[in-house]
Design a binder for this molecule. Structure first.
Ligand code: SF4
Length: 283
């Protein structure tokens, strides 16, 4: 039995396969995402504090961020200490909306053009008091229809990996995405959409205050760490997001298309479990 097959069986998953066109398409990135984020960051943060009715969707048109390329399959390497952390939205927990207010604000949000094509927003799922927080990219077709993150085959894989790690999706973790609305056709999130929406995620994190964050997929990892490095370079080690340890790993939908990387994803879950145990034992 080869290694990927062994890992598949270990996490109780059959050899299923799901194609999500456009997620990892190989296209040139003509504008540096990092430079774009730097250029628009102040504008986005300012907009996030405006009432939704006055928020603008005036961010200039930009190219999609760079896709995951072959380098993602590289062995994990230590990250440069220069890797930066996304600045917090300036509000302390006492000044951010309540969980219910935040959920309602997201449900009515029109900060970016994705509001025109969504069926509904996907706020998150799980236990808001959980000590684990999983953060993915954006709703897909099934999520848009059902209003929950990680449903369908990718959700099944995530559930199996959580179960293998002794975690229940509804009891032990809270799951959210960087974007709360589905990009049409499951295309890559545009940088201005990430910038428009990331404040909601930051406020969710401030509410949940998890012991550990697991970032799933390139967009979540790069957004939270403000890094352009591939997941292959960022996984396999412990990062920090605003003082919260963060483990980077592959998105379940990617793993469904790249079975050999399931072994690496499982290694990341083992690392996350070890880190969580260490943190909670010393707390
Ligand atoms: S993706 Fe985020 S910022 Fe854009 S409309 Fe949906 S909730 Fe608002």
């Amino acid at each position: 039995m080869n290694r990927s097959r062994f890992i598949q069986q270990a996490i109780g998953l059959g050899p299923i396969w799901e194609s999500r066109e456009g997620w990892f398409a190989d296209h040139p990135a003509e504008i540096s995402r990092q430079a774009l984020i730097q250029a628009h960051h102040d504008q986005a943060i300012a907009e996030l504090h405006q009432p939704a009715s006055t928020a603008t969707a005036t961010a200039p048109a930009v190219q999609p961020a760079a896709p995951i390329l072959a380098s993602e399959k590289d062995k994990p390497q230590p990250v440069s200490p220069a890797t930066t952390v996304l600045p917090a939205v300036a509000s302390p927990i006492g000044q951010i909306p309540s969980w219910e207010q935040l959920e309602q604000t997201v449900a009515n949000c029109e900060r970016c053009t994705l509001c025109r094509t969504r069926t509904q927003t996907v706020f998150g799922r799980g236990n808001p008091q959980a000590r684990w927080m999983l953060i993915g990219e954006a709703p897909g077709e099934h999520e848009d229809r059902q209003g929950e993150p990680f449903v369908g085959k990718a959700g099944q894989l995530l559930d199996n990996m959580l179960a293998a790690a002794g975690l229940d999706r509804d009891r032990d973790v809270y799951i959210a995405n960087v974007l709360k609305c589905r990009p049409p056709g499951n295309r890559n999130p545009a940088p201005e959409e990430i910038l428009a929406c990331q404040g909601y995620l930051q406020q969710q994190i401030q509410h949940v205050r998890p012991v550990l964050i697991v970032a799933l997929g390139r967009f979540a990892v790069q957004t939270l760490l403000q890094s352009e490095q591939a997941i292959g370079k960022l996984r396999g080690q412990v990062h920090q997001y605003q003082g919260i340890p963060l483990i980077a790993t592959y998105h379940p939908a990617y793993l469904l298309r790249n079975l050999p990387d399931k072994a690496k994803a499982w290694q990341d879950m083992v690392l996350a479990k070890q880190q969580f145990s260490r943190l909670t034992q010393t707390a």
